[in-house]
Design a protein around this ligand. Sequence first.
Ligand code: NAD
Ligand code: ISE
Length: 337
Amino acid sequence: MIRVGVIGTGMIGQDHIRRMTTVLSGVEVTAVSDVNAEAATAVAEQIGARVHTTGQELIVSPQVDAVVVCSWGPTHEQYVLAAIAAGKPVFCEKPLATTTEACRRIIEAETAYGSRLVQVGYMRRYDSAYRALKAVLDTGQIGTPLMMHCAHRNPSVPSFYEKDMAITDTAVHEIDMIRWMLADEVAAVRVLVPRRSRNGGPLQDPLFFVMEMAGGAIADVEISVNIRYGYDIRGEIVGEDGTAALGELSPLVVRHAGQVATPVPADWRERFLRAYDIELQEWINGIAGGAAATGPSSWDGYAAAVVSDAGVSALRSGERVPIDLMDKPKLYAEVAA
Ligand code: NAD
Ligand code: ISE
């Protein structure tokens, strides 16, 4: 049984605790921590876990074999570095860290440790529809990929959601997904700014984000974060000999009164429910088998941070912004998940 400590007991922290305590096998949540001690205590009481005053204290606890970080993005670096210092596997929700420099510090610490300890929560790599799309692409049946069209639509976003987060918090999933899907790095980005939705409040919503890949393919992402009707994730690859797209995902189709209707997921928890389960189960199984991390790596977290920083610059300047990645350390030579 892998004993996990969870730092951050907000929305996704609670969702991951629920799956680790009621859905997954080979894992128990023995410890939690949150700057909001009341929230942590309420969660801990439900599952019989210990509450730690600080994340650092949780990480070094002898009752904790592995750490899950679900606190706010700017706090991730300190906990990931502390887990590496303690030699414990750490699953960090996206983003790995909110600056490129912080991601580099994590890479330096992990490479100095000598083997992988860090996995980043880019769960789309575990989604059955994305995996099926990649399998089609990898057979070569639609030929060399030329373009990928994506849409990332949220019905609404919380009040703390700021302008740049459309790139750094939302499209960052497509940044990771496209690198994995096409097995290629992003070479340059641009952001186009369409007419503003009246539903977006102070945000510039929607945005149109374009990534040029090193191999010449182009990916575009419509980012709409106040689309109202539901949580809708789309993706279609155009190859030389055909196209392949994510299907309509609802298992239910209602025909009534001259209409065909299918429900749209309410949010990311519903749409990626199984992907999060598989992501964490594979992480736990890996640790039990002696592999601290097999999924998205610190390198993937770093690359996503560089591209999302460039996206923010492109949004501000309106210019095409080239991507400059550091040399990839040998530790990350094997492509993750
Ligand atoms: P949230 O605001 O609901 O929860 C964050 C929690 O972290 C809060 O309880 C807060 O008190 C706590 N916290 C803040 N600073 C802390 C610190 N220094 N130490 C310990 N706890 C601290 O946010 P959320 O929606 O649960 O998001 C949390 C993280 O998960 C973010 O990085 C977000 O990007 C990521 N996330 C990922 C997905 C996904 O699809 N993979 C979905 C949602 C959120
Ligand atoms: C949130 O943090 C997530 O990661 C969701 O998957 C994404 O759809 C949403 O836009 C983000 O705010």
